[in-house]
Design a protein around this ligand. Structure first.
Ligand SMILES: *Cc1c(COP(=O)(O)O)cnc(C)c1O
Length: 369
């Protein structure tokens, strides 16, 4: 049997995730596998919890990594917090907030959607009006909307939601590690993310954190969480305390990779990382402007690390993407939903955000156009 792995070429990952993985993280992944109940492995898990609390800027004891990708983080937040019949408000202005409707709907939530056009900003006064139609048990939104490249006003909405007593759920899949999420200050009660975007680790883990208020609701549920694998009330017995109880076989190697990814972030310093994201975006923006390529989102609402840009008129965008991949070994993303065929999504997330990567992409794009 031919070994297909020999055919893997290194690809410069500049799409909406996965992002480039640090060499140190690959090395961590290859460390010897430990048992999921090995006491030394517990110390590494504790290190991951501490690192996640630092990037999330939270004091929440219940902060850990779910086995699964960002979508498992989304399932975890909704599955644990929604009880049948709960009124849930979802604020929608892109692909991923729309996915929340599907996830929460399966759990028997009574959902209200507050919808804005894709790529239109979320207006806090409209949110305030909608909250009057509550009371809601949960209000959910996406911080960094990866489908449009828009930064949503989590702080403003968090303040409004806090006044109502609802729990505030924020999707920080694309923001964590690349921009401040400030969980406690923004009054977020449930936050989830992924390993393969801002954290520059391989996919497979979903950081989550629950505020004491959220944990209280989870532990007081009248019915069990409808998904055993993601049940936080069981998982905390594995992730916390002196005695740890087996729940499922945590991937020790993936945990090492996240541990090392968090170490890399801390070593550089979070503020420096966030500043680097902004500086590299500026570099890309200047180069694209010279080529006549514009951004979908105005500068003040733009994500610093996920650039959604308009495909120039008359260009077959899919053909350009496939040439970039096949000839130049560079991956960028296409548009989702209504934006399919109209935009490219260029990720400069985490370790991808380096000047040499921008140079390589710009040279290749010039050759393709
Ligand atoms: C990528 C993404 C997800 C889904 O994460 P997966 O790791 O692909 O499961 C959810 N929400 C947002 C905002 C995302 O960008």
């Amino acid at each position: 049997m031919a070994n297909l792995l020999k055919g893997i070429k290194p690809i410069l990952l500049m799409g909406p995730g996965p992002s480039m993985v640090y060499d140190e993280v690959y090395a961590a992944l290859a460390k010897p596998t430990l048992g999921h109940l090995d006491p030394y492995f517990f110390t590494i898990m504790d290190g991951v919890k501490d690192g996640l609390r630092a990037v999330m800027n939270t004091k929440n004891p219940v902060t850990f990594a779910v086995s699964g990708t960002g979508s498992a983080g989304m399932e975890s937040a909704f599955t644990n917090l929604v009880e049948p019949g709960d009124r849930v408000l979802i604020i929608v202005n892109g692909f991923f907030s729309k996915r929340m409707e599907d996830v929460a709907g399966r759990l028997g939530a009574k959902i209200d959607l507050l919808e804005f056009e894709w790529g239109a900003p979320i207006a806090p006064d409209k949110v305030a009006d909608q909250l009057q139609k509550g009371p809601y048990s949960i209000v959910a939104m996406v911080h960094a909307e990866t489908s449009t490249g828009m930064r949503n006003p989590v702080k403003e909405v968090g303040e409004l939601v806090a006044k109502t007593g609802a729990l505030f759920l924020a999707d920080c899949v694309t923001s964590l590690g690349a921009m401040p999420v400030d969980m406690d200050e923004r009054k977020i009660d449930a936050l989830y993310s992924c390993s393969q975007k801002g954290l520059s680790c391989p996919p497979g883990l979903a950081p989550v954190s629950f505020s004491p208020r959220a944990v209280k609701k989870i532990l007081a549920r009248k019915t069990k969480a409808p998904n055993w694998y993601l049940d936080v009330s069981l998982l905390i017995k594995y992730w916390e305390g002196e005695k740890r109880a087996y729940h499922h076989t945590m991937s020790s190697n993936l945990i090492y990779s996240m541990y090392e990814g968090l170490q890399m972030l801390m070593a550089e310093g979070l503020d420096k990382v966030f500043a680097r994201q902004i500086a590299i975006q500026k570099l890309l923006g200047e180069e694209l402007a010279k080529m006549g390529i514009s951004f979908l989102i105005p500068p003040e609402l733009r994500l610093p690390h996920l650039n959604v840009v308009n495909v120039p008129a008359g260009i077959d965008e899919a053909a350009v993407r496939s040439r970039l991949l096949n000839e130049f070994q560079i991956e960028i993303g296409g548009g989702l939903g209504a934006l399919a065929g109209k935009v490219w999504r260029i990720g400069l997330m985490g370790h991808t955000a380096r000047p040499e990567n921008v140079d390589r992409l710009v040279a290749a794009l010039k050759a393709c156009l």
